[in-house]
Design a protein around this ligand. Structure first.
Ligand code: DX5
Ligand code: ZN
Length: 220
């Protein structure tokens, strides 16, 4: 079954805890938390203290997507705050190797990601250390953008590598995911879908999540 990770970027932040509880009740697998520093991306969101406060509202794994420069500096903070998965951008300043090592040393699951304009082969040096590859299908920074269809071959590339070397690798897609684009990504080999605006615009996301979960090799 395809995993579904609602992006809390589109939730009502004044009620973050309740929104997390609602996402869990709706059948989601993970909660995706978008951390932005106003440097790596032009937008600012929240950091480890907010994640720490939110932690007790849900048992869902926290999938923390770091859109920040030199992410290695903050890995210990996010680990202490309750992150389960942490993903870093290969384009960020600082050493991606060091950031991945810190994630793993904290006993967490490590992910790496890149923006649509970055070649997928930039992930090659890290693949054998990763638990998750996140394929961005919009430029990191804002919710509600249009899906970049030209990123689908990147999913296929990682799927092929995973089939040969690590079938348990999570291949997650983030950006412009809805009922149609989500299906395209799963058909290309994705195992997990992140979605913000298309899920949070619904009064109740339960049925939509249930539908997306049926996508995949065993679908009718
Ligand atoms: C974008 C974030 C995404 C974002 C997705 O920088 O990484 O997680 O919330 O939002 P939608 O689903 O609206 O494209
Ligand atoms: Zn994200």
């Amino acid at each position: 079954m395809t995993k579904i990770a609602p992006s809390m970027l589109s939730c009502d932040f004044s009620r973050l805890g309740e929104e997390l509880a609602r996402v869990e009740r709706s059948g989601a697998d993970w909660a995706h938390l978008d951390v932005m520093d106003g440097m790596f991306v032009p937008n600012l969101t929240f950091g480890a203290p907010v994640i720490k406060c939110a932690r007790h509202w849900t048992k869902l794994p926290f999938d923390v997507h770091l859109m920040i420069e030199d992410p290695a500096r903050y890995i210990d903070d996010f680990a202490k705050a309750g992150a389960d998965w942490i993903t870093v951008h290969t384009e960020a300043s600082g050493s991606t190797d060091e950031a991945i090592k810190k994630i793993l040393d904290n006993g967490l699951k490590a992910g790496a990601t890149l923006n649509p304009g970055t070649p997928v082969t930039d992930l090659d040096p890290y693949l054998d250390k990763l638990d998750q590859v996140l394929i961005m299908t919009v430029n990191a920074g804002f919710g509600g953008q249009k899906f970049h269809e030209e990123c689908l071959p990147k999913i296929e590339y990682i799927r092929k590598w995973a089939d040969e070397h690590n079938p348990k690798l999570e291949i997650t897609v983030d950006g412009g995911i809805n009922r149609e684009t989500g299906k395209m990504c799963v058909d290309a080999g994705a195992t997990c879908l992140v979605a913000g605006s298309s899920l949070f615009k619904l009064e109740d996301m339960t049925d939509e999540i249930a539908l997306w979960k049926t996508y995949g090799p065993n679908a009718e």
